[in-house]
Design a protein around this ligand. Sequence first.
Ligand SMILES: [Zn+2]
Length: 74
Amino acid sequence: MTERKRFWIIKCPRCQTYQIADSRNKSKTCSQCSRRFEILELAILTSAKDAREARAIVAELKMPRTTASEPKVI
Ligand SMILES: [Zn+2]
């Protein structure tokens, strides 16, 4: 298997918005605040094999966690 993950999930250093970066690119401009940054200087949170998977991951990251705060009704 030589399949490589092509998309990286990173966070904008200025506004902390999740961004999908193509791993072939060196830099990216934030869709939220228009800040331009070098992808390799940032921590890569996770990676995805295609844009669809990357978007699904970002959607999940944005989702608030309900497990800790929601009390269970027994
Ligand atoms: Zn930003």
